[in-house]
Design a protein around this ligand. Structure first.
Ligand code: GLN
Length: 485
C-alpha cells in the first residue's frame, strides 16, 4: 500500500480492498516508527486523523466519494487547519490552534474527503532552503540523514520520500516546492500565481506565495492540483477561471514540443554532476520527439537580489501582526506596551525571520524605498518580460532545479548569502508568476537530481503532460531511499 499511486489507492478503497481507517493507521504507524529520526512532522494527531478516516469510510460506503476520498495526505504547517495546531514552524505560533480551515485544507478534507496525517515541518515562516530555520529542529533527508531535505517545504518532501504519506501539500514563494522535491527525488508543482487560494495560508510574501502538490509522480500532482485549485472569493488575487482537469493531457505525445534551454541556466554555477543528469534528461526528451532551442533570460542573474528585497519587504509587513496581542506567543515579563512588543518579537522569532524583517523594513524606509524596493520591482518586470520573449520561440523551458544535490546539515547555515544562492534557478519563476515543476531526472553521487520545467501562464496541463511522458519512459521517480522499508 505504501508504494501505490493516488489512482491505485483510490481503486483499492473503492474496491474495499482496504478501508480508509486501515490505510490511515498504516501510515500513522510508519510515522510513529520513523518520524522521531526524520522529524518530518511537527504535529500528528491520531484521533483527528482517524475521525476523518471514519467519515471518509462512511462516504465510500454511501457511494458519495470522489477519486481521492479516504486517501491520506500530509499538510505543510503553513496551512491553517481547524482544530489543529498550526505553527508555521515558529515559536511565535507554537501553541496556536487554528479556529478555521484554509481554503486548500477545506477543499482537500471537506470536498475531496482526503485524510490529514498531520502537519509537516518547514523553515520558520517558510524562510529558508534547508529546513534548518525551524523552531522544531531540522528535518533529515531520507536519502542521507546527514543531509538537508531542502526547504522550505522540507518536512512535506521528507514525509513523501520516506513514504510516511502518499502525497503532501507545499508552498512555493521562491522555490520551496521545487527545491525540496529535487533534493528528495519527488515531483512538485508550483502553479501559476492565483490558481491556488492563499486564504488561510500563513502569508510570507503575498505577491509570490503559491500552494501546490508534492508527490512521487506527475499523475499524482495532476490529481492533487485538481482538488486544491479553483477560484476563491476570499483571496483577492485568486483568478476567476473555468474549472480545469489538469490530468486531461497527461498522455499526449511530445512530438514537436519545443524545449527552450536558457543559456544563463547552462553556464557556470551548477555542480557538473547535476548538469550531466539534466543534460541526459534533455536527451531523453529529444528521444521522445521534443526539439531543443536556445533561449535567453538576460535578467535572470538579478532574480536573487530582487527577490531578497521584495520578499523581505512583504514579510516585514505581513509579520507585523505577530505582536503578542492578537496571536500566539507573548513575552512573560514586561514593563510597558512597547517593552511587551519588543520582548515578544525578540523571543518569538528566530534569527532568519528577524534578518528578513530588518531587511524588509530597511528597503521600505524613507530614503531607501526608491533605491531598493522600487528598483527591485522594476527588475521584477524585466524578468517577467524575459519569459514572455522566450516563450515566443518555445513551449516549455527546462534546466536544473537546484545548483547542487542535498547539502550537509549545517554546511550553509552560517552563511545566509550562500543559502540564498540555492534558489538561483527557481526564483525568477515566482517573480514572473509562472507555473513550474521539478521532476526526478537522475542521481549524482547517490543523491537525487531534479529537472526543472517552466511553463507559460496557465500551462500546468502541458507541464504535467511533459513530466508524465518522461516518467513513463524513465524510472528515476520510482527509486526510493534504501533504508525506509
Ligand atoms: N529559499 C527561499 C527563501 O528563503 C524560498 C522560500 C519559499 O519559497 N517559501 O525565501
Amino acid at each position: 500500500m505504501i508504494e501505490k499511486s493516488l489512482r491505485q489507492l483510490g481503486q483499492a478503497l473503492a474496491a474495499r480492498e482496504i478501508s480508509s481507517v486501515e490505510l490511515t493507521s498504516l501510515f500513522l504507524d510508519r510515522i510513529a516508527r520513523l518520524n522521531p529520526e526524520i522529524n518530518a512532522f511537527i504535529t500528528v494527531d491520531r484521533e483527528q486523523s482517524l475521525a476523518q478516516a471514519r467519515a471518509a469510510d462512511a462516504r465510500l460506503a454511501a457511494s458519495a466519494a470522489g477519486p481521492l476520498t479516504g486517501i491520506p495526505i500530509a499538510q505543510k504547517d503553513i496551512f491553517c487547519a481547524q482544530g489543529w495546531t498550526t505553527t508555521c514552524a515558529s515559536k511565535m505560533l507554537a501553541n496556536f490552534v487554528s479556529p478555521y480551515d484554509a481554503t486548500v485544507i477545506a477543499k482537500l478534507h471537506q470536498e475531496a474527503g482526503m485524510v490529514s496525517l498531520g502537519k509537516t515541518n518547514m523553515d520558520e515562516f517558510a524562510m529558508g532552503s534547508s529546513n534548518e530555520t525551524s523552531y522544531f529542529g531540522p528535518v533529515k533527508n531520507p536519502w542521507d540523514r546527514t543531509r538537508v531535505p531542502g526547504g522550505s517545504s522540507g518536512g512535506s518532501a521528507a514525509a513523501v520520500a520516506a513514504r510516511l504519506a502518499p502525497v503532501a501539500t507545499g508552498t512555493d514563494t521562491g522555490g520551496s516546492i521545487r527545491q525540496p522535491a529535487a533534493l528528495c527525488n519527488l515531483t512538485g508543482l508550483k502553479p501559476t500565481y492565483g490558481v491556488v487560494s492563499r486564504y488561510g495560508m500563513i502569508a510570507f510574501a503575498s505577491s509570490l506565495d503559491q500552494g501546490g502538490p508534492m508527490a512521487p509522480s506527475a499523475e499524482d500532482c495532476a490529481l492533487l492540483l485538481n482538488a486544491m485549485s479553483g477560484f476563491d472569493a476570499r483571496d483577492s488575487t485568486s483568478l476567476e477561471r473555468p474549472v480545469e482537469d489538469y490530468a486531461r493531457d497527461l498522455e499526449k505525445p511530445l512530438a514537436g514540443l519545443r524545449i527552450g534551454l536558457p543559456r544563463e541556466f547552462f553556464g557556470a554555477g551548477c555542480d557538473p554532476a547535476v548538469m550531466a543528469a539534466v543534460q541526459a534528461a534533455i536527451g531523453e526528451y529529444e528521444k521522445l520527439g521534443a526539439v531543443s532551442v536556445e533561449v535567453s533570460l538576460p535578467n535572470s542573474h538579478l532574480s536573487v537580489p530582487a527577490y531578497y528585497v521584495i520578499a523581505p519587504a512583504e514579510a516585514s509587513s505581513n509579520l507585523s501582526r505577530f505582536d503578542g496581542v492578537r496571536y500566539g506567543y507573548r513575552a512573560p515579563d514586561y514593563d510597558s506596551l512597547d517593552d511587551m512588543y519588543m520582548k515578544t518579537r525578540a523571543q518569538g522569532f528566530g534569527a532568519e525571520v528577524k534578518r528578513r524583517i530588518l531587511i524588509g523594513a530597511y528597503v521600505l524606509s524613507h530614503g531607501y524605498y526608491d533605491a531598493y524596493y522600487l528598483q527591485a520591482q522594476r527588475i521584477r518586470r524585466l524578468i517577467a518580460a524575459d519569459f514572455v520573449e522566450a516563450f515566443k520561440s518555445c513551449d516549455l523551458i527546462m534546466g536544473p532545479t537546484s545548483p547542487s544535490t542535498a547539502f550537509k546539515l549545517g554546511e550553509r547555515a552560517a552563511d545566509p548569502v550562500q543559502m540564498y544562492l540555492s534558489d538561483i534557478y527557481t526564483i525568477a519563476v515566482n517573480l514572473a508568476g509562472l507555473p513550474a515543476m521539478s521532476i526526478p531526472c537522475g542521481f549524482a553521487d547517490g543523491l537525487p537530481v531534479g529537472l526543472q520545467l517552466i511553463g507559460d501562464y496557465f500551462a500546468e496541463a502541458r507541464l504535467l503532460n511533459a513530466a508524465h511522458r518522461f516518467q513513463q519512459a524513465t524510472d528515476w521517480h520510482r527509486r526510493q531511499p534504501a533504508d525506509i522499508a
